[in-house]
Design a protein around this ligand. Structure first.
Ligand code: NOJ
Length: 796
């Protein structure tokens, strides 16, 4: 059991350990925060001693599932324990399941069973239902307890990748929320995070399992996928379609049909005869491609991947530990690489070299699907638990981590192929730590409104358990969305950290322009907003990387003291500064929006609101109620372009949203080259803080954080002037507009200090004195990555 060494400034964490029976109480500022074994459920199968081992082995106790029998050669190995959050009123975590973010109790305090316990066992669940607590493709054994008064969040992480069950009970004898954890096997390895703020809890968790891998910038753009784009001409037409319709996108994806008979890393010669040329063509417009590579390997002696892996003994073994396991998946009879072995992972990574993956280029990235692993003829569509892995380890011991190992090996391969640049690999299965590898998506949802709605708690829960980079298939995988659902899904999906449209083989084509007007225009506007927010989003990803913070955040993350925010899952925060309440019901003419305490500015109209309040906002199909939080500064890029890459040199727009006093706002922006690790290895980044103070001055300066300054203004300027290859283009990008929201009127002139120029204030975009007013400074002539200030003259 471990405790994070980092305790928040100002909070005192104390651990009291009692014996016989064991009880471990974590106190934060004198108040019981997390209690281990309050209910005395700590039990485990005892490890056998040598003399017992010499005795006849215990009778194996086989278990049968459908026609599959689990031989359980080691007998029972289970363990269980309980964790109580005595002051919590909400529990979150334990993904992945299509259900509420605030977890419902599975067992009443009197022991009455409400539902099955939450199960964590990675499975390929066909046509999963919305609002079902059933466990899906990935697992993160992390649970958070939250109380609003006083505001506290604490967490626990159980580092065990075997099949788990967790019962959640509210308001038992020890009060708060208690949880009863049962593991099929594995070690007792538990971490407690005292928090007590959401930010601290997440940081403590990320110190144990890692922060989000810093994605390449293009990965934050829009991804266009479908099962399947038919051939090279189809790819060219879809790519051109985006340009013809002025819709930005970054990546075009190919599903399993592009291969030669589902032999991954090959191409169907009839439909994709010149893959390299195809990828180069897409890349010539600054975009990327992705192909799917699944973990099942077709058993075909003429398929080099199979042949080599088979001869080297790299596959998962049958329960006898000798023969290769044979399972059924897309290609038919298949073997599965034993990615729990470091040697197999290294071998697999090499398969992505340009030499090995014929027809690939450095602009081709990868999608790992079916890595739970999915085995069509296996128990519950996965592997038998008694199959044997590297080191004579049974599959049951590693099941929930299998997909992560596969994902990690693939990402290592792409990183190596691209000479150490940041990889991009999407995975379906995941475990705690997947965030260090790459994004995941929520699998095979459906084109219906309920699935759109439930995507929010799903993505929010992932963010709250350290997996910041996730999203749901925009449009819904199964079925055919109509124009309204498609439009609403894009308007929501632009805020998913991972933003991809995808559809099943049997669905109608649904590229954004196929819906006709007004839908195409509305989808275009939504996707453009995603790109407009790119500097803000990229900054949030850097925070996720460094601090484990979610990108798309539950309201309670930003407002832990607000009881109304605790279970809110129809709205969310994008970072600290934007509140979004997407429209997820059909035919909506209004939505009930809740704004927590503070001043808020409507993103579209600049209208000011004072929270806390719940109010009805009228919506047309064009509207998604979105609010900028007072006291914050957001940095945007407002010019519509075809891709992330095309925006690199574009100037910035700074939006200042003053707090209640009208005099203060704060924001940060993070810039780097968007592709390498020079930000870590050579401090080649620029982190700026932008502060609006005293109601009349805006100051931009370098920001020290995470043990590093990045480049100083001087470095950045020098490097740029000298043409240093590390001097990424954004280091020289100007600010083209500063918008100060709110009713405050400034005089005509503002003094810009940088190169000591004086400039004029120009036009206010709202009516003078109206609550919707905003003041805009156009072309202040400053470079964002340099130190500067603007002093407004105050008229009122
Ligand atoms: C299952 C995945 O979840 C889906 O996204 C994909 O299109 C199909 N497999 C085919 O590869």
């Amino acid at each position: 059991m471990g405790f994070s060494s980092e305790t928040p400034v100002g909070s005192e964490v104390k651990v009291v350990i009692e014996h016989a029976p064991v009880k471990i109480t974590t106190l934060v500022d004198g108040v019981e925060a997390v209690v281990f074994n309050a209910n005395g459920a700590f039990e485990f199968e005892r490890r056998k001693t040598k003399s017992e081992e010499d005795a006849p082995p215990p009778e194996p106790s086989p278990e049968t599932f459908n026609s599959h029998t689990d031989s359980r050669p080691n007998g029972p190995m289970a363990l269980s324990f309980d964790i109580t959050f005595p002051d919590a009123s909400h529990a979150y975590g334990l993904p992945e399941r299509a259900t509420t973010m605030s977890l419902r109790e599975t067992k009443a305090a009197d022991g009455a069973i409400a539902t099955e316990p939450y199960r964590l066992y990675n499975l390929d669940v066909f046509e999963y239902e919305h609002d079902s607590p059933f466990g899906l493709y990935g697992s993160i054994p992390m649970l958070l307890g939250h109380s609003s008064r006083p505001p506290r969040v604490h967490g626990v992480y159980f580092n065990n990748p075997t099949e788990l069950y967790v019962d959640v009970t509210k308001g038992g004898s020890s009060g708060g929320i208690s949880s009863h954890w049962m593991a099929e096997s594995g070690a007792f390895d538990l971490f407690i995070f005292p928090g007590p703020s959401p930010r601290e809890t997440m940081r403590q968790y990320s110190m144990i399992t890692g922060g989000t891998a810093m994605p390449p910038a293009f990965a934050l753009g829009y991804h266009q996928c479908r099962w399947n784009y038919r051939d090279e001409a189809d790819v060219a037409a879809v790519d051109a379609g985006f340009d013809e319709h002025d819709i930005p996108y970054d990546v075009l994806w190919l599903d399993i049909e592009h291969t030669d008979g589902k032999r991954y890393m090959t191409w169907d010669g009839a439909t994709f005869p010149t893959p390299r040329r195809m990828i180069e063509d897409v890349a010539s417009r600054g975009r990327k491609m992705v192909t799917i590579v699944d973990p099942h390997v077709k058993k075909d002696a003429n398929y080099p991947v199979y042949k080599e892996a088979e001869s080297k003994g790299l596959f998962v073994k049958q329960k006898d530990g000798v023969g290769d396991f044979d399972g059924w998946c897309w290609p038919g009879s298949s073997a599965y690489l034993d990615v729990t072995s470091p040697a197999v992972r290294a071998w697999w990574a090499d398969k992505f070299s340009l030499k090995n993956y014929q027809g690939s280029t450095k602009d081709l990235y990868i999608w790992n699907d079916m890595n739970e692993p999915s085995v069509f003829n296996g128990p519950e569509i996965t592997m038998q638990k008694d199959l044997i892995h590297h080191g004579n380890v049974e599959h049951r011991e590693v099941h929930n981590a299998f997909g992560m190992y596969y994902h990690a090996a693939t990402a290592a391969g792409i990183e190596k192929r691209n000479d150490g640049e940041r990889p991009f690999v999407l995975s379906r299965a995941f475990f705690a730590g997947t965030q260090r590898v790459g994004p995941i998506w929520t699998g095979d949802n459906a084109a219906d409104w309920n699935h759109l709605r439930v995507s929010l708690p799903m993505v929010l829960t992932l963010g709250a358990t350290g997996l910041a980079f996730s999203g749901a298939d925009v449009g819904g995988f199964f079925g055919n969305p109509d124009g309204e659902l498609m439009t609403r899904w894009y308007q929501t999906g632009i805020y998913y950290p991972f933003f991809r449209g995808h559809a099943h083989l049997d669905t109608k084509r649904r590229e954004p322009w196929l819906f006709g007007e007004p839908y195409t225009a509305l989808i275009r506007a939504a996707i453009r907003r995603r790109y407009q927010l790119m500097p803000y989003l990229y900054t949030l990803f850097e925070e996720a990387h460094r601090d484990g913070a979610p990108v798309m955040r539950p309201l309670w993350y930003e407002f832990p003291n607000d009881p109304h925010a605790a279970a809110k899952e129809d709205a969310f925060m994008l970072g600290p500064a934007l509140l979004v309440h997407p429209v997820t019901t059909q035919g909506a003419s209004s939505v009930e929006v809740y704004l927590p305490a503070g001043v808020w500015y409507d993103y579209d109209t600049n209208e000011m609101h004072a929270g806390p309040k719940t109010f009805s906002v009228a919506v047309t199909l064009a509207d998604t109620p979105t609010f900028v939080r007072g006291g914050h500064v957001i940095v945007r890029k407002d010019r519509a372009r075809r891709s992330t890459r095309a925006m690199t040199h574009d100037p910035f727009t700074i939006v200042v949203a003053p707090d209640e006093s009208g005099k203060y706002a704060y924001g940060e922006v993070y810039l780097d080259d968007g592709k390498s690790y020079a930000f870590e290895e050579k401090d080649a980044f620029s982190r700026r803080q932008i502060i609006f103070e005293d109601g009349d001055s805006l100051v931009c300066a370098a920001k020290w954080r995470g043990g590093s300054w990045g480049w100083t203004t001087h470095d950045a300027e020098q490097k740029h002037l000298e043409g240093d290859p590390l001097a990424f283009p954004e280091i020289a990008a100007e600010v083209e507009r500063v918008i100060v929201l709110g009713p405050r009127r400034f005089g005509e002139d503002a003094e810009v200090r940088n190169k000591r120029k004086e400039i004029h204030l120009v036009s206010a975009s709202g009516k003078e004195g109206s609550p919707a007013a905003a003041t805009a400074v156009k072309k202040p002539g400053v470079v964002l990555a340099q130190d500067w200030s603007i002093l407004f003259s105050v008229a009122d």
